[in-house]
Design a protein around this ligand. Structure first.
Ligand SMILES: [Zn+2]
Length: 430
């Protein structure tokens, strides 16, 4: 397997990445392009000012009380998006949450915090557990994804609310696919479309494709049905990404929201990564991420270490040791999910087996699957030496970041709240 000479992504990474002649991946090049001078961020902020003006005018013309919708989970990005639009731009956003029922206590604590601190109106739709179980199990069996309903709901329900309340603007945070693997450029000004929703977030499946399968009814998939063209055109709703207009940087934004609005990281060691402040809202992330490992041989620690390396906050060697520590570790929540879905753990693994990438996985003589390759098994060669990123003063495992990244030699101090200090065992719908 080929790995990026700078970060740790393998060439079978999903979504697709491309390596250039220097052996550097498109995600690293995208990251680099964000720091280049030719992007005039002040010009982009002015473009955003015009969007804000337009939203205010449309609110008045329509007799609405909300200028826009912000889809929120309660995470660091939600906090920043709401703060930016409400505090900096003085808008009145309507917060919309699709509750997928896979919440962690830390996620619920942070969502509660966001609603309280922002003072914004909030609409929350909770998917019924029977429907979640049916949809989740069917999609696990079909494409090896137990969070399909969750991505589908997060990406669709805000449009249903937009149409219902006649609010023409939905403001997303980061264009996540771009940041991870660089498949689009900053020059594209990508907007949210029904097509990207289906292809990127819903694995090419529309809700109608699920009806009649695994006992799934129309009622089970209603929150995932995109409003019809006529309604979308009448509302003139569009979805934009803030990362096209602001120099998006997750770490300083998270630190700012901790200080400004009391967003909180967790203090316990997570099972699949050293990062304590990103994607802590639900623990389906752990099983979801483990599935990625079982299929492609890499997981969240690869994502997080790659990001730290691109920022120069972590050396290549530190990144490799994090990947070795976390990527192959099965999450303890796997059993909880299997129970919820009515599957034995053996069935879970049997379902995944045909989805394993044969370039990574092979069955040994005892019938056990073993990875044939891993990034930490490769020696650091001349290409990797050439591509080393200049080290920043801000160190991932420096004292100032003790609460943001789990360092086994210097773990964070407890926060005095069991929702943040104890690794959750079950999951909570409400
Ligand atoms: Zn790379």
């Amino acid at each position: 397997m080929r790995y990026c000479a700078r970060c740790f992504y393998p060439e079978n990474a999903k979504p697709t990445i491309i390596f250039d002649e220097e052996g550097v991946c498109s995600g690293c090049r995208y990251h680099e392009s964000r720091g280049k001078l030719e992007i005039d961020w002040s010009k982009r902020e002015k473009m955003f000012d015009r969007i804000v003006d337009q939203a205010g005018k449309m609110r008045k013309a329509r007799g609405n009380s909300h200028d826009c919708i912000i889809p929120v989970s309660g995470g660091k990005d939600s906090h920043f998006q709401v703060w930016l639009l409400k505090k900096k731009y003085g808008l009145n956003p309507l917060l919309v949450t699709f509750n997928h029922a896979y919440n962690s206590p830390a996620g619920l604590r942070n969502l509660e915090n966001l609603v309280e601190r922002s003072g914004c109106d909030h609409v929350r739709y909770t998917a019924g557990l029977d429907s979640v179980r049916r949809v989740s199990r069917y999609m696990l069996e079909t494409v090896g994804d137990l969070t399909w309903h969750y991505h589908a709901g997060i990406r669709t329900f805000p449009f249903q609310v937009a149409v219902q309340y006649n609010i023409p603007l939905i403001v997303w945070g980061e264009h996540g696919f771009a940041e991870l693997t660089g498949i689009v450029s900053l020059e594209d000004f990508v907007e949210f479309t029904c097509w990207t929703r289906k292809e990127h977030d819903m694995r090419g499946y529309e809700p109608a494709d699920l009806i009649g399968k695994g006992g799934i009814t129309l009622g089970d998939v209603l929150p995932y049905i995109y409003p019809d063209d006529e309604k979308i055109e009448k509302c003139e709703v569009k979805g934009i990404y803030l990362s096209n207009f602001f120099n998006w940087d997750a770490k300083p934004q998270a630190e700012f929201m901790i200080k400004e609005w009391g967003f909180s990281p967790v203090s316990y060691e997570r099972e699949r990564t050293f990062n304590l402040y990103a994607k802590i809202e639900d623990h389906a992330n752990d099983v979801h991420d483990y599935l990625k490992y079982l299929k492609f041989g890499y997981g969240r620690a690869t994502d997080d270490a790659s990001m730290e390396v691109r920022h120069g906050r972590m050396t290549r060697e530190q990144g490799l040791s994090m990947i070795q520590r976390y990527d192959g570790r099965p999450p303890s929540s796997l059993e909880t999910y299997c129970d919820f879905l009515g599957l034995g753990p053996e069935t879970f693994y049997q379902l995944v087996d045909p989805m394993r990438d044969p370039l990574i996985w092979q069955k040994d003589k005892t019938g056990e699957w073993t990875p044939m390759d891993a990034v930490f098994g490769h020696e650091t060669g001349p290409d990797e030496e050439t591509q080393r990123v200049r080290q920043a003063e801000d160190r991932t495992f420096g004292m100032a970041n003790r609460h943001l990244y789990y360092n086994p030699d210097n773990p964070p101090l407890p926060l005095g709240d069991p929702r943040l200090d104890e690794r959750p065992m079950g999951f909570k719908a409400l």
